[in-house]
Design a protein around this ligand. Structure first.
Ligand SMILES: [Zn+2]
Ligand SMILES: [Zn+2]
Length: 219
């Protein structure tokens, strides 16, 4: 029995199972086109999408309206985030994909009706195995890009059932009321108001913005 918190809910993946190569290749091609280049991250993201959705009982890409049942969470602002979005149809701009940058090569897929969620973590040792799955590739990058298409799921990922803390996120389609900032009057959307002494504040007036305003330029 595993005892560490990280091994809880661990899913035993069949040792040799992997999705059909034609499905992987088609999704990788589309992902690379959208992302701007073909890279190992596109293949890993596509494999994550296929495996994660299949563990929840969905095909990849999911059809309509099934896609409305799904939420995705990516844990890194890198190549694989684009691939997960491309392959699943989940989108940041629709609220169906969330970036939670933890600096981890991982993604979670949540089935809203059942609240079941599966998290896939890219295994670091997959990189060392790439050469054996792509003999003849001259460099590591090319070997990984080819090997990750065919490597068994169990060698690419650690998979676990998890429970997502939805209090941190807006559900897709939820539109909190627009609130005027008590200091500058701008309408604050998505529930992103800050408490101020005179009432609700926008992030800028609350001093919580990600930038600092500069003084006007002199002529
Ligand atoms: Zn890339
Ligand atoms: Zn303001």
């Amino acid at each position: 029995m595993h005892s560490s918190a990280e091994s809880q809910g661990l899913i035993e993946l069949p040792p040799s199972s992997r999705p059909p190569l034609e499905q992987v290749n088609a999704l990788v091609e589309a992902a690379a086109r959208a992302h701007g280049h073909l890279c190992p991250g596109q293949v890993v993201g596509v494999r994550m999408a296929i495996l994660g959705l299949s563990l929840l009982g969905y095909s990849c890409p999911p059809g309509y309206p099934e896609i409305k049942n799904l939420l995705g969470f990516v844990e890194i602002e890198r190549c694989l985030a684009d691939a997960v979005s491309s392959a699943t149809g989940l989108r940041f701009g629709r609220g169906s994909l969330k970036l939670v940058d933890q600096g981890l090569l991982a993604a979670t897929f949540l089935d809203l009706p059942s609240k079941r969620a599966v998290r896939l973590l890219s295994r670091d040792d997959a990189r060392d195995k790439a050469a054996q799955y792509a003999p003849g590739e001259e460099n590591d990058h090319a070997a990984q890009t080819e090997a990750y298409r065919v490597m068994p799921d169990a060698e690419l990922f650690d998979a676990a059932w998890v429970q997502v803390d939805m209090s941190r996120f807006l559900a897709p389609g939820v539109r909190p009321p627009k609130v005027p900032c008590a200091s500058c009057g701008v309408l604050v959307r998505s529930g992103q108001v800050h408490k101020g002494p005179q009432g609700p504040l926008c992030a800028v007036c609350a001093g919580q913005a990600y930038f600092n305003p500069l003084p006007p330029e002199e002529d």
